[in-house]
Design a protein around this ligand. Sequence first.
Ligand SMILES: *[C@@H]1O[C@H](CO)[C@@H](O)[C@H](O)[C@H]1NC(C)=O
Ligand SMILES: *[C@@H]1O[C@H](CO)[C@@H](O)[C@H](O)[C@H]1NC(C)=O
Ligand SMILES: *[C@@H]1O[C@H](CO)[C@@H](O)[C@H](O)[C@H]1NC(C)=O
Ligand SMILES: *[C@@H]1O[C@H](CO)[C@@H](O)[C@H](O)[C@H]1NC(C)=O
Length: 968
Amino acid sequence: MAKYLRASMRWPLYLGASASLLALLLSDLLSLAVESTRSSILIRRSLQEILTGLPAPIACAQQVLDLSSISWTITSPNFSNISVPGAIPSQVHIDLYSANVIDDPLFGLNDFNLRWIADSNWTYTSAPIFTLKDGFSSTWLIFNGLDTFTSIDFCGHHIASTNNQFRQYYFEISEILTSCNYPVLSIKFGSATVIANATAAIPGQETWPWRVEGLFEFPNRHLIRKEQNDFGWDWGPAFAPAGPWQPAYIVQLGPDDIYIRNTLVDIYREGQLNLLPPDQSRDWVLNASIDYIGNLPYGTSLEYVLADTNNIAVLSGTLQNVTSDNASITGEVIIPNDAVDLWWPTSLGPQTLYSLTLKIVSIDGSIISSTSKRIGFRTIVLNALPINQEQLSQGIAPGNNWHFEINGHEFYAKGSNFIPPDPFWPTVTESRIRQLLEAVKDGNQNMLRVWSSGAYSPNFMFDLADEMGILLWTEFEFGDALYPVDQAFLDNVKEEVAYQVRRVNHHPSLAFWAGGNELENLELAIVNLTAPDELGRYVAEYETLFLDTIVPILFGNTRSISYSPSSTSNGWLSLNFSLPQPITERYNNLTPGSIYGVTDHYDYDSVHSFNYSTYPIGRFANEFGYHSMPSLQSWQQAVDSSDLHFNSSVITLRNHHYPAGGLFTDNYVNASKGMGEMTIAAQRWYPTPNKAESLANFSAWCHTTQIFQADYYKSQIQFYRRGSAMPERQLGSLYWQLEDQWQAPTWAGIEYDGRWKVLHYVAKDIYQPVIVAPFLDVTTHDFEVWVVSDLWSTISASVKLTWYDWSGNRLNISAHVLADIVVGPINGTRLLSGKLDEIISSYDPSNVLLVSEVTAQGSLPNSKETETFNHINWFHAERLSKAKLVNPGLQLTHSHVTSKFTVVATTGVAAWVWLDYPAGVVLNFDSNAFWLLPGEEREIGYRVKSDTTDGKWVDDVVVRSLYDNMLP
Ligand SMILES: *[C@@H]1O[C@H](CO)[C@@H](O)[C@H](O)[C@H]1NC(C)=O
Ligand SMILES: *[C@@H]1O[C@H](CO)[C@@H](O)[C@H](O)[C@H]1NC(C)=O
Ligand SMILES: *[C@@H]1O[C@H](CO)[C@@H](O)[C@H](O)[C@H]1NC(C)=O
Ligand SMILES: *[C@@H]1O[C@H](CO)[C@@H](O)[C@H](O)[C@H]1NC(C)=O
């Protein structure tokens, strides 16, 4: 295998190039970069060489050996018979599966069967690395991520031990190498489950009140710095994998070489402070800081080139106020406001990106090293300031704001929560993330909350989000527990925070940092309930970690990003920037009648699902949801065909809601509760399937749970969006959860292989910029119809409300509204209000339907193009389980000419029309899960993401509607 060598070369200085020639040639220079835009060391010819045509002497080349290029063997002290090839980056489960030692970890009940892997130690041993050379002044081992507990040996010498999955580690091995005959590297991974238990058993170890630690499967996850959901979660399996999960290198440096191991770029408006909206007329400050290994000569300077995406240099020069120590070099420069264009999230403007090249230059003008980052200019702030007088006069309730502002504009955040897309991160490729993020963008979402308790997102995910304009609310990896505050733990967290914050801060898609998941609304609330006397102590510890430890490091590295210690919270009470840690949390310091903070909502009593008086009223909704079954096609990937029925033991035990709360392999009691919630919700609200053919019945049941899920989320999303026009001035809804990490009943809208559930289509529909939505108060029977827009300018809309029966006959109901209305920016307008019973008068509610349709002209923010926005919403006056559904006589055709399907209802109204495609292909339809009037034809395009059927899937697409549930 070819070794991956990189070199940094040094060139003499050439003086006197004219500025215009410089600009012209910079694009050539930049295009010579071997790795163009991403963070890397570049092999590069200097501008001076291009100008003079003279090759420059190489002072000394550094050698970087990618450890993925050599052979590895995995063994275990617990199992003398196992010895298989290993890889880097990888994890033991992946390598054992490749070597056929184990079955597919995601199949059947392997979640339980493979716990022996987690409970054992594993050693990765390299082949001898004879390519390491003499003559370098230093040699280093660099690990971008080790999962998690290691003891590292080189040449038979112990080098170091590690205990944090999220840190980058680097160790000098120069001296050992000089006397090394047999250069073998071995990384011994200690069992994380054993070490977590051993840590809990250390005398004097901190303890917490009962139930504070959210226990899923393996215990004691909060004591170790490893992906928390590796120990189980309610939507995933527990494998607690081990291995070198990120790339690793051996770097050899000459006397004047440095190796760049991390780079911070922070871009903010002059005078900007975290958590406060900056003055948008000020110039930009670009702060850059490079972390390196090696020796920097005295008097080093930093130069930069800022180029646009066509590699045309926009600005270049020298950074000012340069400081350096033996680990990093830092400088800053003012970028004039008018020199650059802004980056915007999707649908709010263009995603303008720039390439920033940073060059470390020695006193004699030669380039010691350089690195490039792709950046963007934007401000993104969490505004949690008190509601001001002007806002009060707009009808906004007192309290505090809690919303995001991009480039000084408030906007409606639409999106979902992202979980680790696989239990094994090394299998997550760029193309998998691209497919997910395309679904996010296609789904009219502009923000993801990248949930804590997984892992920090890879660079390629941020890169894709930068390109697609998807804001990533990012979190430190803590959740559903309280954490230790001993000095060793805090020191470990400090290194993690500094590395991760610096690694990702240059991405314009980075929107926010939160300390962890559900800490204030759940964890401190549990303490308050179960051990109120100890609340003070645990709040103080919580602040030690999530404020006093994290904030000075975070705000010390970034002025551009806002922070909240907990994902769900009531926001801050006050800020004092003269302190190293400026935040005082509000907690329950609430004034009645005022509204604060961000909400989280789960209610598994499906009686309440469409009763919107049970939904929380807050400024922003960052989590809400209900679980559903994946499709039959997904189940077929993961269980034996004999298990394809609703309450099979395998299917039930793959449902981790509610979690086992320990290492049970027979969690029927808790799992059945979750299965029951899906069944009851389906029965309560929809006609339920009772088909003779068992597989068809199972498939129809799975699908019905998805309809309920989607219907419930839609009801909440339109409620939250209408909140933008209400006193709460609600400005965001992020549902739980975007996607699955295995095939199981979960809250996901996208199944493990990328197949969209009903939810993702419905969310796409209800996240359109302009929507019309009916609201029935189930208690008072007050009925309203609203048009809601999240566009930034006032729109004129025409709305048509038409009443039908299930056969598609128009009903003579007086509230036939045909209205022209105006809707303000990020606001809503009510166009109908009355008692439902009076509106539909003598008609039987079980045979009354309302079609609301809005058409509006307007422009997306920062766009001059006028667009037409359409939205249709169906309302049924009686729940569908009691409604008088008729056979809609659906017909489906496919045209090979247009590559579109056409669906038509011929005999009645079709509710929840669903195009279903076979296994072996992943695609998404332009729309799905819609309703049709008889005679109405709908053309549906599609985008194929992967296809193993050679196009034959087209013939196996079928259409169904809710009426099919009533067929035998
Ligand atoms: C497993 O590793 C731990 C340290 O991580 C060590 O204490 C223990 O002895 C090892 N067990 C075996 C069987 O090698
Ligand atoms: C860790 O402790 C739990 C009980 O608290 C026990 O069930 C489990 O077997 C232990 N795990 C290991 C690997 O020792
Ligand atoms: C460099 O530091 C000086 C003094 O603190 C400050 O006035 C100036 O703005 C800084 N330059 C830049 C580019 O930030
Ligand atoms: C929303 O529109 C209503 C009606 O025009 C108006 O009274 C209200 O102030 C608007 N809200 C905001 C936040 O602009």
